[in-house]
Design a protein around this ligand. Sequence first.
Ligand code: JFZ
Length: 617
Amino acid sequence: MYFSYKNSALCLVLFFGLFSYSINAQTKSLSNLEAYYYQHTPSEVILPFETQEEYIDRMQWWKDAKYGMFIHWGLYSLLAGEHNGEITPKIAEWIQNTLKIPLSEYKKLMREFDPKNFNADNWVSLAKAAGMKYIVLTSKHHDGFALFDSKVSDYNIMHTAYQKDIVKALKEACKRQGLKFGLYYSHMIDWEHPDAYIGEGKLTERMNTVDYDPKHMDRATYLNEKSFPQLREILSNYGNIDILWFDMGAGLSNDEIRKFVKITRELQPKIIISSRIGDEVAPTILNRAMLFDYFTPSDNYFTGDDLAMPWEMAGTTNSSWGYRKDDHEWRKANLIINSLISTSSRNGNYLLNVGPDATGNIPDEAIKNLLQAGKWLQKNSEAVYNTTGSPFPWNYDWGYVTQKPKTLYLNIFDFPKKNRLELNGLLSKVTSIYTLANGASIDFEQTGRFLEIDLSKTHKDAIATVVVVNFLEERPLISKDISQSKDNTIRLDRITSLYLKDEFQSSWTFKINTPGTYRIQLVSNEKKRHSKPVWEGSLQKGSIRLAGKIIPVQLSRDSEKTNASLFFYKEITSIIDTITLNKKGTYSLQLNGFQIGAGKWTNGLGLDRIELLPIVN
Ligand code: JFZ
């Protein structure tokens, strides 16, 4: 049954339950989440009807799974980033487009595609040993070449030297070994079909303009001749398909998106759909029209905010998705686990890519890192799978929190000073604390909102040490007021700020119990293309208002470090000024003039947090 978005609006308001959004959003404070989504507002859409319970039910396996393997494999894998001696400057699977290779020449790769080492069960075993619970394979990427037996277009695997259906083989191996199986399908971009029109301006670059003239393209023909019918094929010919990972749908009309959803849901009612069915940054939950099931933020990038809806970060093990022989920027096991846990602690999933070479081998270095990460996950699985995100509305320097009923898991990546870890704001009475890996019990002290944990005798895992905190309540009681920690620092995270988008203003309210003098510093992240990160902090000017003072702010790159979960991007600390807060009580800090810039492609600071550090005389 289908019904219009006016009714579904009600259902979604109930479902998300936390937005008090109004059309006059400009005049009121937006949470960062609202502000982040607010920019993308397609018009009316029609949704398949589903109750809140049905939706939660359908998503449960996926939410519990946390971690999946993405596989980018196709004709481009043969080129491995190079064509006729020319090295592509961009991601390898875009080589046809980037190096303007004529289709007739690119197609010749079909004769060569014969992956002698491909063994679907080996790939699935690797994913399992790595701790991954699902696999998503590129059934057709932007080049238009299908890895499955398609009656719709001959441009597929059955017409290569190999002549065997890869989708079928991998689906069956997943079924044998008990993993969920999803397909990536490039529904909009297709460099083989003469009518795959996308749009003007920047979008023109996404089309095959080497062989075809956009003026003569008729998108309806492409959709009706190839995209819709191939979608029906992959959803009809392989039994259950668990995920449809649409990608790069920017440019499609709402009617076209609706048609993709309709086909998908009718053929696979339980399937889970990615948000890149439309604009890749996501149509919004604010427009009350959820055509997708989970949100896909920018690749390899996500910081700070706790999204109230299911989301998944897609990332690479090195730098490119498709195989590149010169790509050696490998993420080590500790960074893989860091990204995974930082994602789980914010209720997200992590879809980590491998790009097998043309023989069917997954690069050794990827295997090594994935298996090492998998060993850690085996020991610490309890802290990851079937958990929900951190109950605290702020982040920590030492790592990330995940939870289950009556339990918090502290995933410690950097041991705190003097091995004393402090949780600020947990009001539940703690009954026991121990190390997950070996059960060794840990001493602690709890007074008021402070829980101090003594890690001096705790064995430090080279990747992350998981400390289990037990209490009596099903859900922890948390005080969400921001207040000083025991060493008197104050941490103002992006997630705890109120954000006035159009006025470039954010503010926090917090409590000072120990008056004193503080150094104010601001921490922000680089963003944009990962091969060329940009820090926009120094491009803006603004001010901080605190305790009746207005402090002019011009940010400088005072110190930097690699952001452990963002890998390619540096975290920049800028020292701003000192201030004396000489009374106990509630203060508010306002940051003016800076665009917060939560997203990777949105302009702005990439604000992570502001810190007030006590100056000890
Ligand atoms: C897309 C594809 O173009 C790419 O080849 C790969 O398949 C990747 C998983 O998805 O690329 C994107 C799409 C969106 C963003 C970045 C890369 N984004 O919003 O940051």
